[in-house]
Design a protein around this ligand. Structure first.
Ligand code: ZN
Length: 510
């Protein structure tokens, strides 16, 4: 929860909240001297919240979350984080849980797990990480909270007010589920409540320790350097003391315990046989992008650009040589991104050229080239490059999105429809935006009923079921075709059944 944690960084969140890195750092203030025995947490309460119920609750919260400006809708970041999460979750004791990892546009250093395996990672944390394994360490810790069912327990425990905040959140979600009923206002209310729950539910110290242990084990098995977790832990301890000065507060109580957890973790890592681990170059590109994404005003953007340029010009090594090369290429890529965000395509192109001079190929550089062409309104060139990129990097949805975008930009809507339908066949649920783009082209082609059906599919994918029903009802009213009408009737029935099931489910938490 806690998408909404902090709009500005002053209202530093992390109330030890919860789910989090705070996780790594944040604990209830209990006495530090406790034996480090393997914690055994009873689970009768968790039974109350079955995994499927928990998942639906998470989905309901995400409907609100996706509308939040802090939610990052970026195919590259999303694919990268999800692949990382799923790779780690594959080694979960007792079977891989469903996890969805997403980026949160916020320079605050934090990460959190919500009900149902939805894990948010603040850009501040990605930027702070000094290696891929460090970021993976935090993700592993969060996934461990999911696999150990700490969230379900936290939610069902009758601790002061925890239930109350959940009930209020649930009431807000329920209200938002009424078709056409005050959704915008409810979104805000839901977030306020989400933040409240964050404050009210805190994972116990035992839960934190269990998440550390399970997490580091999954991390290692997934092929990441387990030391990454300890290194990140150290960085987070430092970051927490910095946050403190900005009005954080809660971290203060945590140091002694943090040291105990750190020692515990280091001891564990020491017992592992030494191995050779490798991080992907992609991490550096994702990190550079995160730095730019979190810069929301011109000043922050200028600052991000300066930092990236400094990193790009880091001394040591000629272009193309040495281990630091991918990092420097990525930094130039970041400079280019920042320049484009400042609406300076010429500077963006110059920085991209610097990146390309290293002769290291990366889909991120190809994507940037396309985006610069688009910014210069050179849609034909962008289309050609997007199609080439899509052939070269077929597993990346970001190229498919660029192809669609540039087809639309060159008024090739018929082609766009065919192309999008093929992408949807391939990725039926991973990229809701394909449906939205499809709706745009269909609408332009005058296929208004099909466009409404596509929008309904989009809303369904992002969990906004009542909005999906509304689109379908409009499509139904427009259609003269008996066959299409009965098909739509079936879809509406399925959705309304789901809505009432969800409502019944949520009522239990009121
Ligand atoms: Zn934790």
């Amino acid at each position: 929860m806690a998408l909404k944690h902090s709009k500005t960084h002053q209202t530093l969140p992390s109330k030890c909240v919860i789910w989090t890195v705070s996780a790594l750092l944040c604990f209830p203030a209990v006495s530090p001297a406790q034996p480090a025995a393997v914690p055994t947490l009873g689970s009768p309460a968790a039974a109350e919240l079955s995994p499927s119920v928990e998942r639906r609750l998470g989905e309901a919260i995400m409907v609100q979350g996706r509308r939040d400006p802090e939610y990052i809708n970026d195919a590259d970041l999303s694919q990268y984080l999800n692949e990382m999460g799923r790779k780690i979750a594959a080694f979960a004791p007792g079977g891989a849980p469903q996890v969805d990892v997403f980026g949160v546009r916020n320079p605050v250093v934090n990460a959190f797990a919500m009900p149902g395996g939805f894990i948010g990672v603040q850009t501040g944390l990605i930027v702070l990480a000094g290696a891929e394994s460090e970021l993976a360490g935090v993700v592993a810790h969060e996934i461990a909270h999911v696999t150990q069912r700490h969230i379900a327990r936290g939610l069902t425990q009758q601790t002061q007010g925890g239930h109350l905040a959940l009930a209020t959140l649930v009431a807000a979600i329920l209200a938002a589920m009424i078709p056409g009923g005050g959704q915008a206002a409810m979104g805000i209310a839901a977030f306020g409540q989400a933040a409240m729950i964050d404050r009210q539910l805190g994972f116990s110290r035992d839960a934190e320790q269990e998440a550390d242990r399970t997490g580091v084990e999954m991390l290692r098995k997934a092929g990441y350097d387990p030391n990454g977790m300890a290194l990140m832990f150290g960085r987070l301890m430092n970051a927490s003391s910095l946050n403190e000065g900005r009005g954080g507060g809660v971290y203060a109580t945590t140091h002694p315990l943090s040291i105990q957890r750190m020692t515990d973790m280091q001891n564990r890592i020491r017992q592992y046989p030494s191995g050779k681990f490798q991080g992907s170059d992609e991490f550096w590109f994702v990190r550079a992008k995160a730095r730019v994404l979190q810069a929301l005003d011109p000043r922050a953007l200028r600052q991000a650009l300066d930092q990236l340029e400094e990193e790009a010009r880091a001394p040591g090594g000629q272009a193309g040589a040495g281990e630091s090369a991918p990092r420097r290429v990525a930094a130039w890529y970041g400079v280019s991104l920042a320049a484009l965000a400042r609406q300076d395509p010429a500077a963006a192109a110059a920085a991209l050229q610097q990146a390309q001079s290293f002769k290291i190929s990366s889909p991120y550089l190809d994507l940037q080239k396309i985006d610069i062409d688009i910014a210069n309104r050179q849609y034909a060139a962008a289309l050609t490059a997007a199609q080439a990129g899509n052939k070269r990097w077929p597993s990346r949805r970001s190229f498919a999105l660029r192809v669609s975008q540039t087809l639309q930009g060159t008024n090739k809507d018929r082609e766009a429809v065919t192309f999008l339908q093929a992408q949807i066949k391939r990725w039926p649920n991973e990229e809701p935006d394909f449906y939205k783009m499809l709706a745009v082209s269909q609408d332009r082609l005058g296929e208004s009923i099909a466009a409404k059906q596509s929008m309904a599919a989009y809303y369904e994918r992002v969990g906004a079921l009542p909005a999906a029903v509304t689109q379908l009802q409009q499509a139904r009213a427009q259609s003269q075709d008996f066959y299409v009408q009965s098909q739509i009737d079936g879809q509406i029935r399925t959705l309304t059944t789901k809505i009432s099931d969800d409502r019944r489910l949520l009522e239990r938490f009121k």
